[in-house]
Design a protein around this ligand. Structure first.
Ligand code: PLP
Ligand code: SF4
Length: 332
């Protein structure tokens, strides 16, 4: 049973869509969408799991899930203020694969791979090829964590840490478990959303069996993402007792309207996942067409507050390089 489950999510990843043609054909869109995408794909390939594809509307180029993954011509248009390393990750590098910007917590790039390529991603230009790939390569990062007792929380990120095989993931957690001053293990992953098979019993056991308090932060942007097998996967996590939060990015044409945002927050709390952050877009090359103005973000969040329970309203934040935390965006 467990073996079956492990091969099952690897197979789902292997059968993901990896070219624009296949994506455009699967959704029965006009051919012009393929031509538009060709240049953009060169800098950042297409990657869309079948489960995520299945939640899109056929024949609708404005589908909010499709918009997150379909390359468009605007990606190639340079915009002032949009740069390669918008959040200054290079300056925060403590060891290969280890970033620290904030007190008490570090971010370990456990894998350079993702299960989906989101066109707005702030790491679309990150030089992952310079980061650790094999288990041994993590040793300098683990040594740096071990030698700093002010660190209490390790955030596994990437890329996406849940693209690691069950076996490697287990080894990594066991190593972190042995570092006495750590108390929490946080996982930032989009896999429970885009590749729900990944939430298998092996993963749940690994998260339940560590001495560290697990916290899972998933990433969904639109209510249509929380459907079918994804909804089931989130419920499995919550029932297993794993505190599960969601971070979303405010994206033009995807979720910059009150119905989409309120719908997202309600779907999340209805399955037991707490909305955490709503990020303003990081200003990275190729993503300008997704940007939503700060004032619009503020209006949307205040409209959310008048519709939803307080615990369902995420914090609107922006990442500013050099700050001590994500910066809350509030009315001045
Ligand atoms: C966003 C981020 C975190 C997490 O911040 P929280 O406010 O704790 O969610 C940690 N480290 C780095 C480098 C980050 O960019
Ligand atoms: S899953 Fe996360 S890291 Fe990967 S492309 Fe999407 S936003 Fe970027």
């Amino acid at each position: 049973m467990i073996e079956l489950e492990q091969t099952s999510w690897r197979r789902s990843l292997a059968t993901a869509i990896r070219d624009v043609d296949a994506l455009v054909r699967a959704l029965q869109l006009p051919d012009e969408w393929t031509a538009n995408a060709t240049a953009a794909v060169k800098s950042f390939p297409v990657l869309v799991p079948r489960s995520f594809l299945a939640r899109m509307r056929v024949g609708d180029p404005d589908d909010p899930l499709l918009k997150q993954v379909l390359p468009v011509i605007e990606e190639g248009v340079a915009q002032p203020g949009f740069v390669l390393d918008a959040v200054d990750d290079r300056a925060a590098r403590k060891a290969p694969g280890l970033l620290q910007k904030y007190a008490g917590r570090v971010l370990l790039m456990a894998s350079g791979a993702c299960a989906v390529n989101c066109r707005y991603c702030f790491r679309r230009h990150y030089p992952y090829s310079e980061e650790p790939r094999r288990l041994d390569d993590w040793e300098p990062a683990l040594a740096a964590i071990e030698s700093d007792s002010s660190i209490h929380e390790v955030i596994l990120s990437g890329g996406d840490p849940l693209t690691l095989t069950d076996e490697r993931f287990k080894v990594l957690i066991e190593r972190l478990d042995q570092i006495d001053h750590l108390t929490r293990l946080r996982i930032h992953s989009r896999l429970p959303i885009v590749l729900p098979d990944r939430v298998n019993s092996e993963l749940l056991d690994q998260l339940r069996n560590t001495r560290l308090q697990p916290v899972l932060v998933v990433h969904a942007n639109h209510p249509h993402e929380i459907e079918a097998d994804c909804e089931e996967a989130l419920r499995r996590l919550v029932r297993a007792g794993i505190p599960t939060l969601n971070q979303a990015v405010l994206l033009r044409g995807v979720n910059d309207d009150i119905d989409s945002l309120a719908g997202l927050c309600e779907r999340l709390i209805d399955v037991g996942v707490m909305p955490y952050y709503l990020h303003l877009l990081d200003r990275v090359v190729g993503t300008a067409h997704f940007e939503v103005a700060e004032e619009t973000g503020l209006k949307l969040v205040s409209a959310l507050r008048s519709r939803l329970p307080g615990y369902a309203v995420p914090q609107l934040v922006r990442e500013i390089a050099g700050e001590q935390s994500k910066t809350p965006v509030v009315n001045r």
